[in-house]
Design a binder for this molecule. Structure first.
Ligand code: LER
Ligand code: MN
Length: 282
């Protein structure tokens, strides 16, 4: 993954033919290098249709997901492996470069207790098998640490690094997210430095998930640290203003986080692009 992209939640979270037809030309009009497609239900995806629209609009794609409860790696590694393989097959068929996100569990997965060794053993087993499938398909496979309210297993860059190094799979990458880092890291640069050897993808998301540049994220610290490690991976703006209720629940988004779609796309996106340019990342 390289360049500057946007999460397609800006347009839709339902990736059927209609979702693809609305989103792909719109993202291309904003001059994106790639889009991130949430693969919440692979049965509604027409992979050939998405692939041809991506080619027509000269856009690359990355897919992402969080696992449903019945297939969390920590409790059902075999179910997680089957789920991840199916998502990877769909991602590959539509021409996407990688599958990433909360691939190690659920958005909203918490037991009420600290993580246990058997849970981590199950996560490692599932991720190792999924990484093998990604290698056979020739796509990337990422894990995105998320904050403590969304998952109890991997909240920081160093926990993601420990998991990848434990598995020893050189094709699993770390996918950071500035929103989660702003909650969990002792400084945004710490997360980027901890992840540096495995960092291939980052979500640029404001502290309230709203319009980038209008919250508390220290964007100079983000881009300065990325520049300092010679970052070459993908950067995707993520804001959650169009949420179906079941996703809003997992993400704990209870109010509009921005005034409008236009505010995020026409103020937030140029803000991030200008910062990325200023730090010579694009
Ligand atoms: C969830 O909080 C999140 O940040 C998404 O990117 C999950 O893939
Ligand atoms: Mn994210």
């Amino acid at each position: 993954m390289q360049g500057f992209g946007v999460h397609t939640s800006m347009w839709t979270m339902h990736w059927d033919r209609d979702g693809a037809e609305v989103t792909i030309p719109a993202a291309a009009r904003y001059g994106m290098d790639f889009i991130e497609i949430a693969l919440l239900d692979t049965s509604v995806v027409d992979t050939a249709h998405t692939r041809s629209l991506l080619e027509k609009h000269d856009l690359r794609a990355v897919c992402s997901l969080g696992l449903p409860k019945e297939n969390w790696c920590s409790v059902n590694p075999e179910g997680a492996i089957a789920h991840l393989k199916d998502a990877m097959d769909t991602a590959k068929a539509m021409g996407a470069e990688a599958l990433s996100g909360v691939t190690f569990g659920g958005i909203g997965e918490r037991t009420g207790l600290p993580p246990t060794q058997p849970e981590y053993d199950n996560v490692a087993r599932a991720l190792e098998a999924a990484a093998g499938h990604a290698r056979r398909l020739g796509i990337g496979f990422g894990i995105e640490p998320v904050n403590r309210y969304e998952n109890h297993l991997i909240n920081t860059a160093w926990q993601a690094r420990d998991m990848i190094e434990r598995i020893g799979a050189d094709n699993i990458f770390i996918h950071l997210d500035t929103y989660h880092m702003n909650i969990e890291e002792k400084g945004i640069a710490n997360g980027i430095l901890d992840a540096r050897d495995h960092l291939r993808y980052i979500h640029l998301s404001e502290s309230d998930r709203g319009t980038p540049g209008e919250g508390c994220c220290d964007w100079d610290a983000v881009f300065g640290a990325l520049a300092a490690i010679g970052y070459k991976g993908g950067m995707a703006m993520e804001s959650f203003i169009n949420m179906p209720p079941q996703l809003a629940y997992g993400l704990s988004v209870w109010r509009p986080v921005a005034n409008s779609f236009e505010e995020v796309m026409d103020r937030g996106l140029p803000f991030l692009r200008n910062k990325a340019r200023q730090y010579r990342l694009i």
